[in-house]
Design a protein around this ligand. Structure first.
Ligand SMILES: Nc1ncnc2c1ncn2[C@@H]1O[C@H](COP(=O)(O)OP(=O)(O)OP(=O)(O)O)[C@@H](O)[C@H]1O
Ligand SMILES: [Mg+2]
Length: 340
């Protein structure tokens, strides 16, 4: 077991680019490749939770409001004078666990915003640093419990304080995107924002390291805020089928350059087509009705069988999906040094 498993966050401030669906499928794929996976739903919309769990169970979890049962109920004590509650995980299948999301999580945004400047003060730094690193602390508790090899995190499409805290807790960033104007524009915001968050967190770590208070909190660990971008994943036809294919090629081939300038902060030396770009981890096909078949059967599409309705051309698509997601999982593993 890895003592501190890598945290991977799938991020794009442009919404609806297939982030949640991608994480859901990769979580199942890593688990079937015998890796122990922790999936974490840090989007208040809780779509990842809805993909994994039956609605009745989600309703029960949300109604019971029991400590530790959702990400919000792990953090809630911090909004008063309390501390983090250890998470109670949902076991999805062998090797795969979930920290459920919570619509109430948006209530944590204000506290994160107000503690951000406080964490740069001269004293009373422990509490702000504890709050700002709370997502990381909860993930580490969960990862220890299940001896996780990898942590996959889903977040909402925005550049707010919740996502800043999640990115601080992130070792590797993968950027799902569509081939359209809005995704490209999203990249132009995303790259500089990630660099700024990384810098600002580094300042906070240095401030903490130099503080007297640190001595009183031996054993208090903080995330390094690595946020290394390891590539992008392109949604082949956008998730909407009504976009013309020509426009797809036009936007897709602008991605390599914009990714290099905005995200990698490099002057592009070579000109790549999106399909040949080494920074492109995968091009995800539009799986059409297979996606809803998977949702109805609460399964990743590559596990659908004839009993689920995957017959004929669907059965072939299931096999293609299995190959594609396995290839992507292996590529990601090799980028982050995870042996499969
Ligand atoms: N490869 C695919 N083929 C077909 N449909 C897909 C595919 N991936 C995702 N979808 C569908 O597209 C919609 C958006 O996907 P998803 O929720 O994963 O995007 P997202 O980026 O997480 O969105 P948000 O920004 O709202 O969190 C969903 O209805 C999903 O089922
Ligand atoms: Mg989502």
């Amino acid at each position: 077991m890895n003592e501190k498993p890598p945290v991977l966050t799938f991020f794009n401030n442009k919404g609806g680019v297939g982030k949640t669906s991608l994480i859901y499928h990769l979580a199942w794929m890593f688990a079937s490749l015998q890796k122990r996976v922790l999936a974490v739903d840090l989007d208040p919309q809780s779509n990842l939770t809805a993909a994994f769990l039956e609605e009745d169970l989600i309703e029960k979890i949300w109604n019971d409001q029991q400590a530790g049962t959702t990400i919000f109920h792990c953090l809630k004590p911090l909004t008063g004078v309390g501390d983090i509650t250890a998470p109670i995980l949902q076991e999805i299948t062998n090797n795969l666990y979930l920290i459920p999301g919570d619509v109430e999580l948006s209530g944590f945004e204000d506290l994160l915003s107000s503690q951000w400047p406080n964490s740069m003060g001269d004293n009373n730094l422990y509490r702000p640093m504890r709050i700002l690193s709370a997502f990381w602390q909860v993930m580490q508790l969960a990862a220890q419990k299940i001896e996780a090899d990898i942590i996959l995190v889903d977040i909402g499409p925005n550049l707010g304080a919740i996502n800043r805290s999640v990115l601080i807790a992130t070792d590797y960033v993968i950027i799902p995107l569509g081939a359209d104007l809005f995704s490209l524009q999203g990249l132009k915001n995303l790259g500089p924002t990630l660099r700024s968050w990384k810098n600002l967190w580094k300042k906070r770590l240095d401030n903490w390291d130099a503080s007297k208070e640190r001595v009183d909190h031996a054993g208090f660990e903080l995330p390094k805020g690595g946020m290394q971008t390891i590539g992008y994943v392109c949604q082949q036809h956008g998730v909407r089928l009504d976009r013309p294919v020509k426009a797809y090629a036009k936007w897709a081939d602008r991605i390599p350059e914009v990714y290099r300038t905005a995200v990698l902060d490099q002057q592009p030396k070579d000109i790549y087509k999106q399909a040949d770009d080494p920074e492109c981890l995968a091009t995800i096909r539009h799986y059409r009705s297979l996606i809803s078949m998977g949702q109805e059967n609460r399964k990743p599409i590559f596990k659908l069988t004839s009993a689920d309705g995957a017959i004929g051309a669907h059965a072939n698509a299931v096999q293609d999906a299995k190959n594609d997601f396995e290839e992507l999982a292996r590529k990601i593993a090799s980028k982050i040094g995870l042996t499969i």
